[in-house]
Structure formats: C-alpha cells, structure tokens
Design a protein around this ligand. Structure first.
Ligand code: G
Ligand code: G
Ligand code: MN
Ligand code: NA
Length: 256
C-alpha cells in the first residue's frame, strides 16, 4: 500500500522515463527501430529498473495509467524523430495483460496518438505482447489484435518460445513479428537444443510470413548464427544497451 502511493506520486511527479534499445536489421546493418523500456527516476534511490516496480504496478492496476503514459511518451518521441531526418523508425512498447484486456484499448491508443499528432497508419508504433498473454482468451485476443492492426499498429510476440503457442491460433492472429526469447539466444553457441529451437522459430515465422527478431544478442558468435539462419533483426548488448532518447538520437545521427 505504501509503495502504491509512492508509485502513484511518481506518475504525478513525472518521475517515469523511457529508455530505448536499438533493433538492427541484419540485411542493412542499420537501426530500424527500438524497444521502449520503462525506468523510474527515484528521487533518492536513483534509476530503477522495471523488475523493481512493474510487479507492483500490475498488482495495483497502476500499470494502466502508467502504460498510457508510456504510450504517450513513446508516441511523442517517435514524432520528434520523424521531425528530424528519421521518419522510418518504429518503436515497440510492451503491454501488460491488464492493459491489453482493457475494454476499448484500440480506441484509447488511437486517442493518445491523435493527441500527440502522430500519423500511426505508417506502422511506426508496435506493441509487444507476451506469448503467454495472447494464448489466453484467444477469441478476445483476436478481436483486439484485429482492431489494433487495422489502425496500423504493428504487433510483436515477445518471449516467443517460452509459452505454449498453438500453431493454428498463431495463423489466425494478425501479427507481424516473432521475438525469440533471449533464453534461447543466450546458449546458442553451446547448446545444440537451443540452436535448433532458434532455427525452428525462424523457419516457423518465415513460413507464416512474419518477421523474426532475436533479443539478448551479446556475442559475435550468436550474431553469426542468427545471420546464417536468416533471422531478420537483432536486439542486444552487442549493439547497444537500452539508452536515453538523446543518446539514441546521437547514434542515429552517426548513421548507425
Ligand atoms: O530493461 P528491462 O530491465 O528493461 O525490462 C524488464 C522487463 O520489464 C521486460 O520484461 C519488459 O517487458 C518489462 N517492461 C519494460 N518496460 C515496460 C513497460 O513500459 N510496460 C510493461 N508492461 N512492461 C515493461
Ligand atoms: O520485454 P522483455 O522481457 O523482452 O525485455 C527485454 C529485457 O532484456 C530488458 O530487461 C532489457 O534490458 C534486457 N536486455 C536487452 N538486451 C539484452 C542482452 O543483450 N542481454 C541481456 N542479458 N539482457 C538484455
Ligand atoms: Mn519486450
Ligand atoms: Na522478451
């Protein structure tokens, strides 16, 4: 209860901020987008990572207003990058179950994007939903995904491979990207099983006409494997850790 009040105040005092982690196209070698990752600038304790407060946001339902703040902040940043010379960047935002199951989610997102003045039909906004989330209440999932997709929001399945995807559902979902969970990427070079799983996810994604991105890429060996396996995009410390927007802008200006 104490923490709930503190977090509520954090939102009012604008202590949340977004970091961005670049996503790189293996074809061009360039940054094609990023994942927005929430941080809390605590007045005394400094910068806090999501693991320290997202569970409380979810338990208290505060993830809904904070999630709306995240969408607004990400949209505002996309707009700023578009106003500079980077019109094609896509930013991915993580959605919690509570947010995703909110009635009228797509209308809420549309309103936020309209307020910011973002032309989102171009696919510049992506939402990341975990595999375990979308596999619950599949009919509800399909309805929400459809309305999001129809307004131009891209859809990515996060932590893919850790849940229990039914392939028949996967085919019915209007999704764009599979994001290979970093647990499979981590031991790619030493675990033949993980290497097989990664290869299989890429093949599955491509056979369903989806893009496949690998997260948690830390080594050149992992990168080489993903390149040879025709993975589309990569994200991980090998390229960049999550950074404040200003530092991302600098990377973009350097032509990265
Ligand atoms: O950088 P990392 O420690 O940033 O993120 C840890 C976890 O927190 C990830 O699983 C990520 O999905 C989650 N997370 C980060 N930002 C957000 C956010 O804005 N909303 C939600 N719901 N989850 C987030
Ligand atoms: O939403 P998701 O659970 O996928 O969040 C991504 C998380 O992975 C964030 O906490 C982010 O900081 C972290 N991360 C990003 N790149 C790397 C990486 O290369 N290695 C590791 N260990 N973690 C990473
Ligand atoms: Mn994510
Ligand atoms: Na993930």
């Amino acid at each position: 209860l104490l923490l709930e009040g503190v977090l509520r105040r954090a939102l009012e005092r604008n202590e949340f901020l977004l970091y961005y982690q670049p996503q790189i196209s293996l074809e061009s070698g360039k940054i094609i987008g990023m994942e927005a990752l929430l941080r809390w600038q605590h007045p005394e304790k400094g910068l806090m990572a999501p693991a320290q407060f997202i569970p409380i946001l979810e338990e208290t339902g505060l993830i809904v207003p904070v999630g709306e703040w995240v969408l607004r902040a990400a949209a505002t940043q996309i707009k700023q990058w578009q106003a500079m010379e980077f019109p094609r960047l896509r930013v991915a935002v993580n959605l919690s179950a509570l947010q995703f199951r909110q009635p009228g989610l797509s209308q809420i997102i549309a309103t936020i994007l309209d307020e910011v003045g973002l032309n989102y039909a171009s696919g510049c906004l992506e939402v990341e939903l975990t595999e375990s989330l979308i596999m619950k209440d599949v009919e509800g999932t399909i309805a929400t995904l459809k309305s999001l997709h129809e307004m131009g929001v891209q859809i990515s399945i996060d932590d893919f491979g850790t849940g229990y995807s039914s392939l028949s559902y996967l085919k019915r979902f209007p999704i764009d990207t599979l994001k290979i969970d970093q647990s499979f990427v981590r031991d790619l070079s030493t675990s033949p099983d993980d290497a097989s799983i990664v290869t299989a996810i890429i093949a599955l994604g491509h056979s369903l006409k989806l893009k496949v991105i690998a997260e948690g890429v830390e080594t050149k060996e992992q990168l080489a494997f993903l390149q040879a396996s025709k993975c589309d995009d990569v994200q991980g410390y090998l390229f960049s850790k999550p950074l404040p927007a200003a530092e991302i802008t600098r990377l973009l200006q350097e032509g990265k």
